[in-house]
Design a protein around this ligand. Structure first.
Ligand SMILES: *[C@@H]1O[C@H](CO)[C@@H](O)[C@H](O)[C@H]1NC(C)=O
Ligand SMILES: *[C@@H]1O[C@H](CO)[C@@H](O)[C@H](O)[C@H]1NC(C)=O
Ligand SMILES: *[C@@H]1O[C@H](CO)[C@@H](O)[C@H](O)[C@H]1NC(C)=O
Ligand SMILES: *[C@@H]1O[C@H](CO)[C@@H](O)[C@H](O)[C@H]1NC(C)=O
Ligand SMILES: *[C@@H]1O[C@H](CO)[C@@H](O)[C@H](O)[C@H]1NC(C)=O
Ligand SMILES: *[C@@H]1O[C@H](CO)[C@@H](O)[C@H](O)[C@H]1NC(C)=O
Length: 276
């Protein structure tokens, strides 16, 4: 496969632009996740394939007096995780995405212990890239209770400092085996509901409250089928967040109905017992 001169001119110009001092994103990305979530830490360089000189490392940064922890290492075409910190064993996976030059890291089952600053470093023939990510694991679940046919208000707060430019928000209802149902989507300041499941059709609404930092969801005419765990997730160029909400649908009259029915049944049994 001979590469055309155009190909080399293209790469040389990119290399000249990128190599002098290496690239580091000055912006630290912020991610807020919920416990037990699987998260994807993004990292980008100029990578077209796995080359012999490609070196990627993910570290969890610690105080100056302590060594940083190795989260994931990749060298000479393969993972080098001999010195991977115990805390990250069997929980990491690196995903290459050539189209976008991404080397994202998947971290499964996060817990509060994983909170902290992560640093990704990429080295190859084209240069050196660094990206810092601050990860916080927040175990805050909102509980919402509503009666059947009422309108439920599911709160979701996003960090105002992320800004609202190009904010993507999606509401899902957690299903079994990670099969989540799309409840509501929000993209470029507009609803984006192509993936919405029929159960929620025409029953959802959401407003972006820029000053307060809310993207609450309104769910109309709820039924017991709507009970469950909802997850509000969003991101833009400054970071990402997740918020869990537990929705209970409780019929205040339901319990008294059941109580009356149960009492009648008991009385009938007693009466039958006496008669026979
Ligand atoms: C990334 O984090 C490390 C350790 O906290 C810090 O020394 C470095 O300056 C940060 N880099 C950027 C670009 O923020
Ligand atoms: C890597 O992360 C970026 C930024 O979040 C995302 O756009 C891209 O789709 C991800 N790629 C893979 C393969 O996960
Ligand atoms: C990771 O998986 C290996 C092989 O299944 C196992 O021996 C090891 O104990 C696991 N480590 C942790 C920290 O779970
Ligand atoms: C919400 O309910 C769950 C489960 O009942 C409970 O563990 C949690 O503490 C509650 N959260 C709040 C904020 O009340
Ligand atoms: C969103 O919900 C929260 C919590 O219930 C509430 O304090 C806030 O005012 C709501 N914001 C909007 C814009 O509805
Ligand atoms: C990211 O944050 C900066 C500073 O807070 C803000 O100026 C910028 O508009 C934000 N970016 C997006 C995509 O919202």
């Amino acid at each position: 496969m001979a590469a055309s001169p155009g190909y080399w001119i293209f790469w040389l110009s990119i290399m000249m632009y990128l190599t002098p001092s290496g690239h580091s994103e000055d912006k630290t990305l912020e991610m807020i996740a919920a416990p037990y979530e699987t998260i994807v830490l993004p990292c980008k360089g100029l990578i077209q394939s796995v080359t012999e000189d490609l070196h990627v490392s993910w570290m969890k940064m610690r105080a100056k007096t302590e060594n940083n922890l190795l989260v994931y290492g990749f060298e000479k075409g393969k993972p080098t995780n001999k010195h991977q910190a115990y805390q990250f064993q069997n929980r990491t996976e690196m995903v290459f995405d050539w189209s976008g030059s991404w080397v994202n890291l998947t971290l499964k089952d996060v817990t509060e212990l994983d909170s902290g600053v992560y640093q990704c470093q990429i080295y190859n023939e084209y240069g050196h890239w660094t990206q810092n990510i601050t990860l916080s694991i927040k175990d805050k679940t909102w509980n919402v209770t509503a009666a059947p046919h009422e309108t439920a208000h599911l709160p979701c707060k996003f960090p105002i400092k992320f800004g609202t430019d190009d904010l993507h928000v999606s509401w899902v209802k957690m299903g079994e085996k990670d099969k989540n149902l799309q409840v509501y989507g929000f993209k470029k300041q507009k609803p984006a509901n192509q993936q919405q499941v029929s159960q929620f059709k025409d029953r959802t609404e959401s407003d972006l409250d820029r000053s307060g930092g809310w993207v609450n969801l309104t769910l109309k005419d709820v039924t017991e089928m709507d009970s469950g765990i909802y997850r509000c997730q969003g991101y833009n160029a400054n970071g990402s967040w997740t918020q869990n909400i537990l929705l209970y649908i409780e019929d205040p009259k339901g319990r008294s109905h059941i109580f009356i029915i149960a009492s009648v049944v008991v009385i009938l049994i007693l009466v039958t017992a006496f008669v026979c």
